[in-house]
Every structure is written in structure tokens, then in C-alpha cells.
Design a protein around this ligand. Structure first.
Ligand code: HEM
Length: 132
């Protein structure tokens, strides 16, 4: 599948029954993969794939820590994606949660110029007190 083709959308419900040797489809990171023709070739064996067929295999897939070769190979079997409502928000190492980091950085930025500001105000009063 190339980027230019329109992405086909699936629901988790309709994938549940696609769990046979003749039609093995699974979800990995919200992508939908038809691994029917890959069963024989999978270095990890067809059993593990059939066990996950019809389900979300993201966790077992990541537990094995597949190589980058495996990750680029899987593109070949991608047939679409989950509909928006059925997606799992991606989090953790594979999609850093930038939103979570930003307020913390802003907090640091705020406190990092609050101290000089207070020192400045204190110096102003000290100056006035000494020389007024
Ligand atoms: C489209 C999906 C998948 C692709 C393209 C794929 C591809 C591969 C490849 C290329 C390897 C060789 C080692 C490596 O390069 O990392 C491998 C190993 C393995 N895979 Fe997958 N895999 C897929 C899904 C799964 C799933 C869902 C499981 C579920 C448990 C799984 C379990 C394993 C295991 C256990 C090995 C290790 C085999 C060994 O080291 O003896 N794979 N896979």
C-alpha cells in the first residue's frame, strides 16, 4: 500500500472474525495488517500470528521487540487503519507525550526568571533605602 492510496478504515468489531489461516488480520499500533500470506514466512512462526489474528497484537508485537527490518516489512501487509473511535491513543516510547512535557518546561521557564526578578526588586528597594 502506498501513501497516496486512500486509507481503508476498519472497526475492531469487524476484524474479530478474521482469525483463520485463510484470513488472518490483526491490529498493530492502530494499523490493520493482513498477515495471511506472511504466516509461512514469519520467523516467529505462524502459531503466534494465528493466536493474535482478529485481535489487537500491539502488545505481543512490542514484547518481542521486533527489529526495524520487521517494522518495515510489516508495511507490506498493511491494509488500512482503525476508525477514529476504535483507536488506542499511542503513548510511551513510540510516541512521546509532548503535551505532558510542555507545561513542565513552561513551569521551569517561569521559575527561572522569577528569581532574577525578585532579586531585581530587592536590589531596587535596597538602593532606595541606602541612597534616598
Ligand atoms: C505484521 C506483523 C509482523 C511482522 C512483519 C513480523 C516480523 C518478524 C520478523 C522479521 C522477525 C525476525 C526477528 C526480527 O527481525 O525482529 C520476527 C520474529 C518474531 N516475531 Fe514477528 N512479526 C509480526 C508480528 C508478530 C506478532 C503479532 C507476534 C506475536 C507474538 C510476533 C512474534 C514474534 C516472535 C516470538 C519472534 C521471535 C522469533 C525468534 O527470535 O525465534 N510477531 N517477526
Amino acid at each position: 500500500m502506498t501513501d497516496k492510496e486512500e486509507v481503508k478504515l476498519f472497526t475492531r468489531e469487524e476484524l474479530k472474525t478474521r482469525n483463520t489461516r485463510e484470513d488472518a488480520v490483526m491490529v498493530i499500533h492502530n494499523g490493520v495488517y493482513n498477515v495471511t500470506n506472511f504466516l509461512d514466512e514469519h520467523p516467529g512462526g505462524e502459531e503466534v500470528l494465528l493466536e493474535q489474528a482478529g485481535k489487537d497484537a500491539t502488545e505481543p508485537f512490542e514484547d518481542v521487540s521486533h527489529s526495524s527490518d520487521a517494522r518495515s516489512l510489516m508495511k507490506k501487509y498493511k491494509i488500512g487503519e482503525l476508525v477514529e473511535a476504535d483507536r488506542t491513543p499511542t503513548k510511551g516510547a513510540y510516541a512521546p507525550d509532548w503535551n505532558n512535557d510542555q507545561p513542565q518546561e513552561q513551569g521551569n521557564a517561569w521559575s527561572s526568571w522569577l528569581t532574577p526578578l525578585l532579586l531585581g526588586i530587592a536590589a531596587t528597594f535596597l538602593y532606595r533605602y541606602l541612597f534616598a
